[in-house]
Ligand binder design. Structure first.
Ligand SMILES: [Zn+2]
Length: 417
């Protein structure tokens, strides 16, 4: 005897319509869009999402950090399952990025509600505010995870020097309410974030989804080699203290540092360089550069810090330079929850969808939530590895696969005590 259980499926046309509708909010010149956190476009997207959540049968409101929160089965005393990402964007963004994760979550809520599925946990969809970093990055998820402080709310400014406090005041919202967005430990049973991969791996391997095992940590340094500037024509080669040569030596050391101290997930990038005084016929006195180093293991990140410091110091000695560095940021890596990973794998196998396990090389809201709850993430492919661009796209069938996996994972969690 075969027992067939008809499982609910997502309304894919509705999900497509919502992706197109949200991508029309914040359109800029050309084909891009820009919903910088707490601007008019971002606020319009918030209002749109609140309305959609209510249509989907959820209770919907803004919390103190201006996170959009939609809830199904809100009165249940159990810890909740949170599905969250973000709807703010970088300048000249595409339609997907965090918005896709939010809209897939919205579709799952709507499907569960309209099929009258009784949940044994509260299901929350959260669109975290300011993930992209107008005010330092992941403002909403940091607040949600209880990492916000009054000092930060008092001092935070954006790149134009506009204060967070003033922006919240102008929206008629008390900035200190962001402290109220904090959820206690044990309040969230799981946090699951769907996101575009923002890299080329899934697309190249023709896989529909990636199940994330670790979210990379990173440190960012501002490094300066200091030598002395002098005439490019009259200073003999052996009498120079050329700061740029220090930078060039260090750049060449990067593969060795990763070989000796890193892992297959290590990445080191010098992305911004400035030579001073910056004249073609003068030996550079200073070479200032950014160093962005990422890995999924905290120990390896520490080793990479150590190895970088040693390399900088050896080069400085050899080239008769001085060097200094400043740590601009340090985010710890996060291991995703093993139980959540196996549930995602089971569901994906049952649905016969192609996938791989993979680390996330980018930082995400889930990384912040990991301090209060077990997390994992589901990636869908970024075509050509393109992200943060109007050309960012994911095939519809992979978007449907991601939505189907999320829905079935939420249903599987409902079978658990
Ligand atoms: Zn994102």
């Amino acid at each position: 005897m075969t027992i067939t259980r008809t499982k609910p499926v997502v309304n894919f046309q509705r999900l497509k319509d919502n992706i197109i509708a949200l991508s029309s909010i914040g359109k800029t010149e050309g084909s891009g869009l820009y919903r910088m956190a707490f601007t008019e476009a971002d606020q319009e997207a918030r209002q749109w999402l609140l309305k959609k959540l209510k249509e989907a049968g959820a209770e919907a409101s803004l919390d103190g950090a201006l996170n959009v929160v939609g809830r199904l089965n809100a009165s249940s005393p159990s810890p909740s399952v949170v599905v969250g990402s973000h709807i703010d964007t970088v300048p000249n963004a595409g339609a997907l990025d965090g918005a896709l994760g939010v809209l897939i979550g919205l579709e799952c809520l709507h499907t569960i509600h309209e099929h009258n599925i009784k949940l044994n946990y509260p299901l929350e969809l959260v669109a975290f505010s300011d993930e992209e970093g107008r005010f330092g990055g992941m403002f909403g998820s940091r607040s949600f995870a209880g990492m916000m402080t009054p000092g930060y709310l008092e001092e935070a400014t954006d790149l134009d020097g506009i204060r967070l406090k003033d922006v919240f005041d102008s929206l008629g919202h008390d900035p200190y309410k962001a402290l109220d967005a904090a959820r206690p430990q044990q309040h969230v049973k799981y946090d699951l974030e769907v996101h575009v991969e923002q890299g080329p791996v899934l697309d190249e391997e023709h896989l529909s989804v990636g199940i994330v095992t670790d979210i990379t940590g990173l440190f960012k340094w501002q490094v300066t080699f200091i030598g002395s500037s002098n005439h490019a024509g009259t200073t003999p080669m052996h009498m120079r203290r050329d700061a740029f040569m220090g930078l060039a030596d260090f750049a060449h050391e990067i593969p060795r540092i990763i070989d000796e101290n890193g892992s297959e997930h290590s990445k080191m990038t010098i992305g911004k360089v400035q030579l001073l005084p910056g004249s073609p016929n003068t030996i550079p006195e200073q070479a200032r550069f950014s160093l962005d180093v990422r890995d999924t293991s905290k120990d390896i990140l520490l080793e990479l810090q150590d190895a970088s410091r040693k390399a900088l110091s050896a080069i400085a000695r050899r080239r008769k330079l001085k060097f200094e560095f400043e740590e601009l940021s340090l985010i710890e890596p996060v291991a995703c929850d093993q139980r959540l990973i196996s549930i995602l794998e089971d569901v994906t196998n049952e649905l016969n969808i192609s996938y791989r396990l993979m680390p996330s090389g980018a930082a995400h809201d889930a990384q912040m939530i990991a301090s209060i709850a077990p997390v994992s993430m589901l990636f869908v492919p970024s075509k050509g590895g393109v992200s943060h661009s109007p050309h960012e796209w994911t095939d519809w069938q992979d978007i449907e696969a991601g939505a189907t996996i999320l829905l079935n994972t939420l249903l599987k969690l409902n079978e658990q005590p």
